[in-house]
Design a binder for this molecule. Sequence first.
Ligand SMILES: [Fe+2]
Ligand SMILES: [Fe+2]
Length: 210
Amino acid sequence: MKNFLDDLIIELDKGIKSSLSSRQEYERAYPAESIHEVELNEFEKNHSAGLMRVNHAGEVCAQALYRGQSLTAELKATREQMKRAASEEMDHLAWCNRRLDELGDSPSALNPLWYFMSFSIGVLTGLAGDRWSLGFVEETEKQVVAHLDSHLDQISDKDIKTKTVITKMREDEDAHAKQAKESGASELPDEIKTGMSWIARLMTSTSYHI
Ligand SMILES: [Fe+2]
Ligand SMILES: [Fe+2]
């Protein structure tokens, strides 16, 4: 128990510091590096920034969720898979940070709250067992893909930089959902899926503004 508590505190400290800093290192190149910035009108720019703030908050949640799950996963292989996923999501977090910066905007002030909430959910789903934990990942990633699709529809066609970043993230999230399924994810009950989409709605609608 003492070891678990030590791990919990170390993990929370490390995760919060790395996720909430305004800049992270990325291992894979920024997808929009070679694309020229075009002039956007105020509405287009603000809308892109609002949606990227939502995506950034989503990536903070992904860090917290995967790190929380890796702490309580039963099998070593599952723990490693969760840690690897968290490091891939770190690229997304860094790309979102960079795009927000380019758009002259900043991340959500509510991110510490989302981190803590998602970390707790991660620990609990990890305790429920690996198949449920993977089921939770699969469903989360599917919902994220649907969100990213709606963002791609809403963002101005002029804003190719934002669209390029989102398209690459979408590809990765889709792969994460498939990996979770292949690793033995259980299908979650509909009530849980609906609950998850409510939490997501709360998070997206507030992070767009704050
Ligand atoms: Fe992601
Ligand atoms: Fe993902």
